[in-house]
Design a protein around this ligand. Sequence first.
Ligand code: MN
Length: 193
Amino acid sequence: MKFEMPQLNYGIDALEPAISQRTIEFHFGKHLSTYVNNLNNLIPNTPFENASLETIIKNADGAIFNNGAQVWNHTFYFNSFSPKGTKVLADELSAKINEQFGDFENFKKEFGNAAVSIFGSGWAWLVKDGAGKLSIRKESNAGNPLRDGFEPLLVFDVWEHAYYLDYQNKRADHINALWNIVDWNVVAARYSK
Ligand code: MN
């Protein structure tokens, strides 16, 4: 299987100031495309030559896992935003967030604390388990919770390449800005799936 670049659902300058056009040009246009190219170069003549990304994430190790997971993680990440964001309203997911985290503000605080406290490169995830219970998970490097049987709902990329051009060392400020562009319709649909 030949993996291809995903499409963005918004213009390259549409997420400013949370994610600038310049960051999209490098992060989407160069980093993600490198992961796609690397994966396509790595899989021929391996057991993963015709595998899905999900199969690669659950079963591969080393460079094939790293590049396959980074393709999946970034595709999921870039699909989680819209220029004006959306409010969480009366849907199944927001009821669950209120039940488990007290209220939405507290959920954002806990998720943000997780994202800020990841040491080095990684990803902060909101996931659900098989019973629909939510949890926040911190993953290093290319880590993806599918590998541990969780269903991803939302992810923030905390690799420096995700924010350094815009926010330099201020990871927390970038994370606070991301809340303005999260497309909760997308996240809620993932939860209800
Ligand atoms: Mn990234």
